[in-house]
Design a protein around this ligand. Structure first.
Ligand code: NAP
Ligand code: ZN
Ligand code: ZN
Length: 371
């Protein structure tokens, strides 16, 4: 096994802190990747804080990973040492079921092996994410980072990029469509750039008036502050498509009323459950749908699209030691527009206790079964 410095949570209530994890040595079809940058997704916060039910602790979050290949297994043909690569939200799946063979591995019938807070295919080895210096990963679950995208700005594409690209494509958004993006955070700012690159007219619906100038700079044609009820009255029936990225609870019904007849609202944000009324859907034959990240092929298509259209994330690069403050700032919607960890900061000398169950007070929320 390889002993790897990492940063993570030991329980849902603990701040993130350094410890060592173990990863497998690369097998014949594996790559060992030196992680350079890892984006911070709001899903990292939801999971590290146990907001989606039982989490697997200790947890090393991070599923927006970019780095370079430092070792390739004997049977690996597509990758070589030195290649810049990306790893997104999952690191394996059954590879046999209908979704897997259709390139929709995120819907694997056996359950995908998520990059963290999950298990390898054996169902018992915990997976650990990108807040760490190295990762071992099967060659088929790795993406090629196009040369012209700076690596730190590419990292957020691995989740925020694909999560917004996929619904725009799957629901057929096209040039000239009136698209609204709800929430200008990590996902939202990627949605603005991608929808704009696809030729849509883009409006940002935000509860942060101070983001107006940024929204327009990022490519939005209009910006609506959602604080005021008249914002909803004035924009009733306006949009063909709404992509809802909000991480916090809000009234879906109010947003549905902003759709035209036959318009579609797609949820990608995952807040606590929210009531839904039938009337806004029925009255204009509106549709409500959801979308989960995207498969490997579609993620590669997204990266190539970004390279072609000059799209990359706007990032604030931070050392890992600022992670807990970064989480608090994200909860306050105070990030422009994705934090990305410079993983080199993890190499700096600091106390690094080996993981030891007795040393940490594992909370009731943690999933003991993973040990
Ligand atoms: P983020 O960077 O924190 O952005 C969330 C945005 O939501 C904020 O910037 C803010 O935008 C808005 N917001 C936050 N709190 C709010 C509140 N109390 N009231 C109204 N608006 C609020 O988060 P993210 O990384 O983009 O992730 C967004 C959500 O998507 C999370 O729930 C995450 O778990 C989920 N997600 C889903 C998938 C998927 O596959 N479906 C993938 C990744 C993430 P404004 O300031 O502009 O209002
Ligand atoms: Zn994510
Ligand atoms: Zn499968």
């Amino acid at each position: 096994m390889l002993e790897i410095p990492a940063y993570g949570a030991t329980s849902a209530k603990a701040p993130l802190a350094p410890f060592f994890i173990e990863r497998r040595k690369p097998g014949p079809h594996d790559l060992l990747v030196d992680i350079l940058y890892c984006g911070i997704c709001h899903s990292d916060i939801h999971q590290a804080r146990g907001e989606w039910g039982a989490s697997v602790f200790p947890m090393v979050p991070g599923h927006e990973i970019v780095g370079t290949v430092v070792e390739a297994g004997n049977n690996v043909e597509r990758w070589k040492v030195g290649d810049p690569v990306g790893i997104g939200c999952f690191v394996d799946s059954c590879r046999e079921c209908e979704p897997c063979t259709a390139g929709e591995e995120q819907f694997c019938e056996q359950g995908m092996s998520q990059t963290y807070n999950s298990y390898e295919r054996d169902g018992k080895t915990p997976t650990y994410g990108g807040y760490s210096t190295r990762i071992t990963v099967n060659e088929n679950y790795v993406l090629r980072i196009p040369e012209n995208i700076p690596l730190e700005r590419a990292a957020p594409l691995l989740c925020a990029g694909i999560t917004t690209y996929s619904p725009l494509r799957q629901f057929g958004v096209k040039a000239g469509d009136d698209v609204a993006v709800v929430g200008l955070g990590g996902l939202g700012h990627m949605a603005v750039k991608l929808a704009k690159a696809m030729g849509a007219k883009v409006t940002v619906l935000s509860h942060s008036p101070a983001k107006r100038q940024d929204a327009l700079r990022l490519g939005a044609d209009d910006f609506v502050v959602t604080h005021y009820e008249e914002a909803f009255e004035k924009n009733t029936g306006r949009f063909d498509f709404i992509l809802d990225t909000l991480s916090a609870q809000h009234d879906y019904n109010a947003y549905l009323n902003l759709l035209r007849r036959d318009g579609t609202m797609v949820l990608v944000g995952l807040p606590d459950p929210t009531p839904l009324a039938a009337a806004p859907l029925i009255m204009q034959r509106r549709r409500l749908a959801g979308s989960l990240i995207g498969g490997i092929c579609e993620a590669q298509e997204m990266l190539d699209f970004c390279a072609e259209y000059g799209v990359a994330a706007d990032v604030e690069v931070i050392p890992i030691q600022q992670i807990n403050e970064a989480y608090e700032r994200m909860i306050r919607s105070d990030v422009r527009y994705r934090f990305v960890i410079d993983i080199a900061s993890l190499e700096q000398p600091q106390p690094m206790p080996r993981w030891d169950e007795e040393r940490y007070n594992v909370s009731a929320n943690s999933n003991q079964a993973c040990w």
